[in-house]
Design a protein around this ligand. Structure first.
Ligand code: ATP
Ligand code: MG
Length: 563
């Protein structure tokens, strides 16, 4: 992984804190971070920012990063999500070694610490229900009201908490609350709930527990148990830090430092797992891995490379101000990376047949084509050429306007790696649609140059008709039409802004025969058309390609316009 901390000036504020701590010996030189997803959905590009930050710091400072599942809510969590998260973090290129942990493994310890707090008079069993607790919370300007159960004796609290644990009470009938301060200006300190009763099976602990810890109670204890040094989370937890610190201080246990950074927001998409789940459940997309989704698995299927995502996370850096990143920047990072790594091939998305009349009937010849001009070590391949080929329908116009330099009647153009051809006639069906072009070629221009030095104004990609493979291409546009779909107007929700044209399927595409054995997820540049990736729907010799990105870099345009 790249090492950014060589140049001290370039450290983001989190890395600066870590560097300072290493220098001062605050944690005895240890650096232990963690990525703590809740297994209640698939990871998205926002999580990638947190993953690259936590794993990146560990690798740059010679520390460790734990992968820890914050699995404290049995109602929303599933093994499927655990498996997908493991796959996605690995795919992004990170390794936690033996440091895979589950919050649920600490349930007994958390319970024992809760008993400690009860014994210290710092926690009590409350019989108010969720709604009553909400109502007694107070307002931004006014203090809340003490629960009538706040002053129960330690003995009574211990007894009731034990009976909660044993399953004597129905869901929601009681909670264990921290006894802090109902008039604190910070709502999080107004006697927050630590445990709730939920008779639900947990994906790992089964029916062992019917009380489950709340996030704020559990999270710091998980960090403490694992001797985390820097507990990095997003800004909305800044107000929770006093509570994080309070629990740990009351218990007198190992105390990690919580540091908050701004979460990633991207234009033209949504990032909350709840919203992504809604898209999946209501079949508004084909699944978590729909190539239009901002999920890691969706991006993988779309053709994003881990290196591109890591480079994006590097570029956006880490700070304390919430902002929204332009989707075009992500695609820019993607293009930079794919340009270097993707082999070039020729494919025709909207084929128009061309018959080269002066080319021998049964002849097939093989021409050299460069696999990747950005990486000549990848060598060349041979592509077949014969009397019938396909070109892109768009590359021909019967009556070309002034600035159209591609093929038209009487005009000569170059076929990439092959010959110059000249269009001699246009064949149409009875409805007037063009069905075929007739051309002649100049045998002296083999390889793409004329020995007499004559020039042509354009070079077209093409595929040999005899050997072409049939394929489907799926072209994508933004999933939403609005830059910020979360800003839904009255009465509408974010789904009102779904882009009806986010997916275009083109059947009957023709691709060159070298793609015959292209593996699922392999990435290619179709010359002049963009970056494409083989979809998992490819089967029985039928190839399906997802367009990962077009070749045009919108980000460069935006940047240049600003300059
Ligand atoms: P969501 O809001 O999408 O439901 P979450 O915060 O509930 O996400 P978790 O599984 O709890 O999801 O997140 C795991 C880690 O990823 C947390 O440390 C969280 O701060 C971080 N994270 C989540 N979303 C983003 C984001 N958009 N940008 C940066 N980090 C994020
Ligand atoms: Mg969360």
């Amino acid at each position: 992984m790249s090492s950014v901390n060589e140049n001290q000036q370039n450290l983001d504020f989190v890395r600066q804190i870590v560097a300072d701590d290493c220098k001062s010996g605050k944690w005895d030189g240890r650096v232990v971070t963690r990525f703590p997803p809740e297994p209640n959905g698939y990871l998205h590009i926002g999580h990638a920012k947190s993953i690259c930050l936590n794993f990146g710091i560990a690798s740059e400072f010679g520390g460790k990063c734990h992968l820890r599942f914050d699995d404290t809510n049995p109602e929303k969590e599933e093994q499927e999500y655990v498996d997908s998260i493991i796959e996605d973090v690995k795919w992004l290129g990170w390794d936690w070694g033996k440091n895979l942990f589950f919050g649920s493994d600490y349930f007994q310890q958390m319970h024992d610490w809760a008993v400690d707090l009860i014994k210290k008079g710092k926690a009590y069993v409350c019989d108010l229900n969720a709604e009553q607790i909400r109502q007694s919370r107070g307002t931004l300007t006014g203090a809340g009201n003490d629960s009538p159960y706040r002053n129960r004796s330690v003995e009574e609290n211990l007894d009731l908490f034990e009976r909660m644990r044993k399953g004597e009470f129905p869901d929601g009938s009681r909670t264990l609350r921290a006894k802090i301060d109902m008039s604190s200006p910070n709502f999080n300190l107004r006697d927050p709930v630590m445990y709730r009763i939920v008779h639900a099976s947990h994906h790992r602990t089964g029916d062992k527990w019917c009380i489950y810890p709340m996030y704020d109670w559990a999270h710091g204890l998980e960090d403490s148990t694992e001797k985390i040094t820097h507990s990095i989370c997003t800004l909305e937890f800044e107000n929770h830090r006093p509570l994080y610190d309070w629990f740990i201080e009351q218990l007198g246990i190992y105390h990690p430092q919580q540091i908050e950074f701004a979460r990633l927001n991207l234009t033209y998409t949504v990032m909350s797992k709840r919203k992504l789940l809604k898209l999946v459940q209501e079949n508004l997309v084909t699944g978590w891995d729909d190539p239009r989704m901002p999920t890691i698995c969706g991006m993988r299927r779309r053709g994003y490379s881990p290196a591109a995502i890591r480079s994006f996370c590097d570029k956006i850096s880490v700070n304390k101000f919430n902002s929204t990143i332009d989707f075009a920047l992500l695609q820019h990072c993607l293009r930079e990376e794919l340009n270097k790594s993707s082999p070039r091939v020729m494919a025709v998305l909207n084929p128009l047949k061309v018959v080269i009349e002066n080319y021998p009937q049964d002849k097939v010849e093989y021409l050299d084509a460069i696999n990747n001009p950005e990486d000549l070590s990848t060598g060349t391949r041979q592509i077949p050429f014969s009397r019938e080929i396909y070109i892109e329908r768009d590359d021909f116009m019967e009556e070309p306007p002034k600035k159209f330099f591609r093929l038209s009647p009487g005009r000569e153009v170059r076929l990439r790696y092959a010959y110059f051809i000249t269009c001699t006639s246009v064949i149409k069906d009875s409805a007037g649609n063009i069905t075929e072009l007739r051309c002649t070629y100049d045998p002296a221009t083999r390889g793409g140059d004329a020995p007499d030095g004559r020039k042509v104004k354009s070079t077209l990609h093409w595929v040999c008709a005899k050997n072409a493979i049939e394929a489907e291409a799926r072209l994508y546009d933004n999933l939403f039409t609005k830059e910020n779909p979360d800003e839904a107007k009255e009465g509408k929700d974010f789904t009102a802004y779904l882009n009806p044209n986010s997916l275009t399927k083109l059947a009957g595409c023709k691709v060159e025969p070298s793609l015959k054995d292209a593996k699922p997820l392999s990435r290619w540049q179709f010359e002049r058309l963009g970056y494409f990736c083989v979809d998992s729907d490819s089967k029985d010799g039928k190839l399906v390609f997802n367009r990962t990105a077009t070749l045009r870099d919108e980000w460069a345009k935006i940047k240049n316009a600003g300059a």
